[in-house]
Design a protein around this ligand. Structure first.
Ligand code: SAM
Length: 229
């Protein structure tokens, strides 16, 4: 499958069945099955790790952050609440619509977060920090190289990525695959080798500052913070 095809399928999926499914997983409803509940817990841990890192550095207020592939705003909203100037974007207009609504409902002042429908490759500008969580699962490794290089070009200081690590094997891939039902069944879930992702970051002039790992029963995510040399 070509990258363009993959992207079109992902976009369609996150504007239809994928939107309903992931909005529920990332939301508040208690009406979830065991796997979905587990994924919600794991994903929240990934978000919490990133927020902890940024808070530890005590530099959240006032810095510009690009949240690339923001989903329903699970990261953007708490970052905006902490005072960061957040530019959030996603390929899916449904996800962006939900993120906007959530931000308006949850934030007293939502003026420091801006949500936009845009795919990663079309993003431009310069940001103190660029963060892209759980999006690489939609990119084959050969496309990941270009995608990460592009995100790196937008970052003045820091790039944080999370991805499903390859070492954990096909079982997980299949479990993740269960979340791509119906007409979008062909949507692929790609795992990545950590050494490969690190090599791409080093090639783009970054070094690894911190590493994190979230593992629950059905959710695995390696988190890397890369900082400009
Ligand atoms: N980063 C969010 C989070 O952690 O809450 C959302 C993660 S969700 C698993 C993946 C998101 O990536 C979806 O909202 C999807 O629409 C978005 N996405 C996938 N491919 C994309 C692309 N090429 N450009 C922008 N967004 C993309």
């Amino acid at each position: 499958m070509t990258a363009t095809n993959d992207k079109a399928i992902v976009k369609e999926y996150f504007n239809a069945t994928g939107f309903d499914r992931w909005r529920r997983i990332y939301g508040e409803t208690e009406d979830l099955n065991k796997v979905q509940k587990d994924i919600r817990i794991g994903h929240q841990q990934t978000i919490d790790t990133v927020i902890d890192w940024l808070n530890t550095d005590s530099n959240l207020a006032g810095i510009s952050v690009c949240d690339a592939g923001c989903g329903v705003g699970s990261l953007s909203i708490p970052l905006a609440e902490a005072g960061a100037l957040v530019s959030a974007s996603d390929i899916s207009e449904k996800m962006v619509g939900e993120a906007r609504e959530k931000a308006q409902a949850l934030l007293q002042d939502s003026s420091n977060v801006n949500f936009e429908v845009k795919d990663l490759e079309s993003l431009s500008g310069n940001y103190h920090s660029v963060i892209c969580l759980d999006v690489l699962i939609h990119y084959p490794t050969e496309d990941a190289t270009k995608m990460i290089a592009h995100l790196a070009s937008l970052s003045e200081n820091r790039l944080i990525l999370s991805f499903a690590p390859k070492t954990l094997g096909l079982t997980i891939l299949k479990k993740i695959g269960e979340f791509f039902p119906g007409p979008s069944k062909t949507t692929r879930a790609y795992q990545h080798r950590e050494d490969e992702i690190i090599r791409i970051l080093l090639d783009n002039g970054f070094h690894i500052e911190r590493k994190g790992m979230t593992s629950t029963s059905f959710y695995y995510s390696r988190i890397l913070e890369a900082v400009r040399d």
